[in-house]
Design a protein around this ligand. Structure first.
Ligand code: TPP
Ligand code: SF4
Length: 339
C-alpha cells in the first residue's frame, strides 16, 4: 500500500466559514501565510490541531480546515498541552493575542514554555484588546490612550519575547503580519522545532490601534527600523545597508555606521544556538527609536520536551507497577461516605 501523502495546497487548509475580522485587519495575512506553510510540512492534514483562547485572533481555528478548539480565555496552552499528551502524533498550534496570553493567560503561557511542551505558540501582538473594542493590553506602550486609559497608560509594558526567554523558551522568534516571505519562513521554522516554539507577530489592529507597527510594515520605513536576524551573519540594517549593531562591555548594544573605522567583522554576529539566553534577551530588549527592532529567530536550542518525558515516565511506571486501574485508583487511600 502506498504511504505517499496527497499533494495539498493552501486552499485545502481554508475552511468554509465566513471570516469575520474587520476589513484590512492584520489577522488575514497571518491566516493566509499559515495556510500556505502547512502543505509543505509533509504532515497529514488530519494531524494538525489549532487551539485558541478568546479574542479576535482566537477566531483563527474556525478559518482553518483542520481540527481546532476555540477554547477558554487565556487557557489555550493548558488545553493544547492536554491534546499533545493525549496524542503525541498531532502537531499542535496555539493561537493567542497579547491580552489572551499575557493578561488572563500569563500564568498558563509561562508554564507551557518552561515545560517545553511540543507546541507552536503564535502570539498576535496588536498592543490592544481588539475583540472588546480597544482597552489597553499588557503590551500597550506606557502613555497609550485607550478606552480604559483615557489619560494614558501608567503601566510598563511586557515584552512577549522577554517573557518567553525568561521562561526558558527553546525557540523564540518574531515576525510581521504583512512581511509575507519572512512570516512564512518563521512559521516553517517554528513548525520544525521540537519543543515549545514561541513566535510573536506584530499585527495591525487597524480599527483600535491603527499603525502601531507601521515602522516595521511600510517599505519606506522598515529598512531603518528593523534588523533581520540571520544565523551566523552580522547585524546590518539601514536603507543603504551601512548601519550595524556592535556590542560593548557587558552585552551593551550600540548602533554604528560601517566605514573606515568600523568593518563588518566588528559587528555582532547572530548566534541563535547560544546556550546562554543573554544574547537573545539583549536582542529582544532592543526597541526603536534607539535601536532597530530585530525580527527572525532569536533563539533555537535543543531541550528535552515535556511530552516525551511524560511518555517515558508512564512507560517506566507501567513496567514497575503494571497497567493502571482507574476505578481502583479512585477508591484507593482515604475515602468516606457523606450521609
Ligand atoms: C473570563 C473572561 N474575561 C474577560 C473576557 C473579555 N475579553 C474577551 S477578549 C479579551 C481580550 C482580547 O485581547 P487580545 O488577546 O489582545 O486579542 P485581540 O482581540 O486583540 O486579537 C477580553 C478581555 C472574556 N471573554 N472572558
Ligand atoms: S478589532 Fe482589530 S484585531 Fe479585531 S478584527 Fe478588527 S482590526 Fe482585527
Amino acid at each position: 500500500m502506498s504511504t505517499e501523502l496527497p499533494v495539498l495546497t493552501d486552499k485545502d487548509f481554508a475552511s468554509d466559514q465566513e471570516v469575520r475580522w474587520c476589513p484590512r485587519c492584520g489577522d488575514y495575512s497571518i491566516l493566509k501565510q499559515m495556510q500556505k506553510v502547512l502543505p509543505g510540512l509533509g504532515i497529514p492534514k488530519e494531524n494538525f490541531v489549532f487551539v485558541s483562547g478568546i479574542g479576535c485572533s482566537s477566531r483563527f481555528p474556525y478559518y482553518m480546515n483542520t481540527y481546532g478548539f476555540h477554547s477558554i480565555h487565556g487557557r489555550a496552552p493548558a488545553i493544547a498541552t492536554g491534546v499533545k499528551l493525549a496524542n503525541p502524533d498531532l502537531q499542535v498550534w496555539v493561537i493567542t493575542g497579547d491580552g489572551d496570553s499575557l493578561s488572563i493567560g500569563g500564568n498558563h503561557l509561562m508554564h507551557a514554555i518552561r515545560r517545553n511542551v511540543d507546541l507552536k505558540i503564535i502570539l498576535f501582538n496588536n498592543q490592544i484588546y481588539g475583540l472588546t473594542k480597544g482597552q489597553y493590553s499588557p503590551t500597550s506602550p506606557t502613555g497609550s490612550r485607550t478606552k480604559s486609559t483615557p489619560y494614558g497608560s501608567l503601566d510598563t509594558p511586557l515584552n512577549p519575547l522577554c517573557v518567553a526567554i525568561g521562561s526558558e523558551a527553546s525557540f523564540v522568534a518574531r515576525s510581521v503580519d504583512v512581511d509575507i516571505k519572512h512570516l512564512q519562513a518563521t512559521l516553517k521554522r517554528a513548525a520544525e522545532h521540537k519543543g515549545t516554539a514561541f513566535v510573536e507577530v506584530y499585527q495591525d489592529c487597524n480599527v483600535f490601534n491603527s499603525g502601531a507597527f507601521k515602522y516595521a510594515q511600510s517599505k519606506a520605513e522598515k529598512a531603518d527600523n528593523v534588523v533581520v536576524l540571520e544565523q551566523g551573519r552580522p547585524l546590518i540594517f539601514g536603507k543603504n545597508r551601512d548601519k550595524g549593531i556592535r556590542v560593548t562591555g557587558l552585552l551593551t548594544p550600540e548602533v554604528v555606521t560601517l566605514g573606515d573605522n568600523i568593518r563588518e567583522d566588528d559587528l555582532l554576529f547572530h548566534d541563535e544556538k547560544a546556550e546562554e539566553p543573554s544574547l537573545a534577551f539583549m536582542l529582544a530588549r532592543m526597541r526603536r527609536p534607539e535601536f532597530p527592532e530585530p525580527i527572525g529567530v532569536f533563539r533555537c536550542i535543543d531541550r528535552p520536551t515535556y511530552n516525551e518525558a511524560v511518555e517515558d515516565q508512564v512507560t517506566m511506571a507501567v513496567e514497575k507497577e503494571g497497567e493502571g486501574d482507574i476505578e481502583a485508583l479512585f477508591r484507593k487511600g482515604d475515602t468516606w461516605e457523606v450521609q
